[in-house]
Ligand binder design. Sequence first.
Ligand code: ADP
Ligand code: ADP
Ligand code: ZN
Length: 219
Amino acid sequence: MVDRSFRLIFLGPPGAGKGTISAMAAERLGIPHISTGDMFRAAVKSSTPLGLEIKEILARGGLVPDALTIALVKERLAQPDTVRGFILDGFPRTVPQAEALEELGGIDAAVDFEVSDELVVFRLTGRRICGSCGAIYHVANKPPQQEDICDRCGGRLTIRNDDRPETVHARLAAYHAETEPLKSWYGARGLLLTIDGAPDAETVYRSFTVRLEHFLAER
Ligand code: ADP
Ligand code: ADP
Ligand code: ZN
């Protein structure tokens, strides 16, 4: 399954496991994992006027404007490491973003990880992120070996600013209003692959690889 191109997008609510499965799959497929959320968090760290504007949007759980998001992704997809494909984790999140992506060459599959709102809240409030390497943990589901220390690089684990319960509800609302319509948008184009995101990460990853292989073979 590794000798063809994979242009994939990962859909699903915050906390669906997009970042976790992306990290596993990108390594296995040898394609870059492109997370717009990670790119925005990097911009926030820069403390430029644009970074401060983005910081405020992320803190209230809103979406960054389409024009800005699309420009960022366009620049990233022009990099040579994307020739064999990519995993876009968290992009597109709106119909205009999906339309822009079609103009940038389109995709092979839109993989939608389905989880309930209740599970989203549980996953996000327990999520911990390595401040150095970005590795993803969960206090109950994937605890580090040493409390608050990254297994991979020894960095400190942090709680994402937008994983506080107040912000989680705003993000879920943005997901249902702006992003969920993409399921039928991609469904109508025969590009939607729906995966149950509720089981443990190994199980989700396995069903993703098996189902994707069949999906791409049939197209
Ligand atoms: P999660 O993985 O929990 O869904 P992300 O890391 O993907 O969160 O995104 C974090 C935040 O970055 C979002 O809540 C949103 O404010 C912003 N963001 C990320 N991707 C996009 C996008 N494609 N369009 C607009 N805003 C985005
Ligand atoms: P997303 O990128 O969609 O926001 P993440 O991959 O960051 O989601 O996962 C959100 C939280 O849920 C993290 O704490 C992660 O460790 C945990 N998690 C991810 N996938 C699973 C899974 N299949 N089962 C249990 N916990 C998971
Ligand atoms: Zn780390």
